[in-house]
Design a protein around this ligand. Structure first.
Ligand code: HEC
Length: 132
């Protein structure tokens, strides 16, 4: 299996972990190994570590928003820089934010599939917490 070319979630996961560690283990998995990682887990993994710059410090574990920094402005006022709550952000909103990198947010190069996985994760984690 050539992980560099393969576009299945498990291959993407393997790329991130490093082929060396995972490669050997994957060979032991039966066919249909893609099911080994659920869409939820794939989205969570992406949300937590997309290309090494996680969404978590700025948007919280579940997209609820987070305090990025406290600072004092030129007038001496205490200010906070916060990453907004993105739990209700649409796929298009996420796609736009990721592709443009508004204000302090970095710009990411993620595929639609990856953005969809992040979107699904944020929605799903919310549903699970609400007990649906
Ligand atoms: C360094 C901090 C930082 C990181 C990392 C970051 N963001 Fe953001 N993000 C922000 C800030 C700050 C804003 C608000 C920008 C603005 O209002 O101009 C924002 C805006 C957004 C918005 C738009 C919200 C809206 O309602 O318009 C979305 C969606 C979003 N981020 C998703 C993500 C996702 C998904 C990731 C990870 C792939 C991520 N962000 C990584 C700081 C960050």
């Amino acid at each position: 299996m050539n992980f560099a070319k393969c576009r299945t979630p498990i291959a993407a996961y393997a790329r991130r972990l490093g082929y060396g560690v995972v490669g050997g283990m994957l060979l032991l998995l039966p066919l249909g190994a893609e099911d080994f990682i659920s869409p939820f887990e794939y989205g969570q993994m992406l949300y937590q570590n997309p290309r090494g710059v996680s969404c978590v410090p700025c948007h919280g574990d579940r997209g609820e928003g987070a305090l990025i920094a406290r600072y004092v402005d030129k007038e001496g006022r205490k200010r906070q820089l916060r990453g907004p709550d993105i739990r209700n952000a649409s796929f298009e909103t996420i796609k736009k934010a990721v592709a443009t990198g508004p204000s302090v947010m970095p710009r990411y190069f993620l595929t639609d599939e990856e953005i969809r996985a992040i979107f699904t994760y944020i929605r799903e984690v919310q549903k699970r917490e609400e007990g649906q």
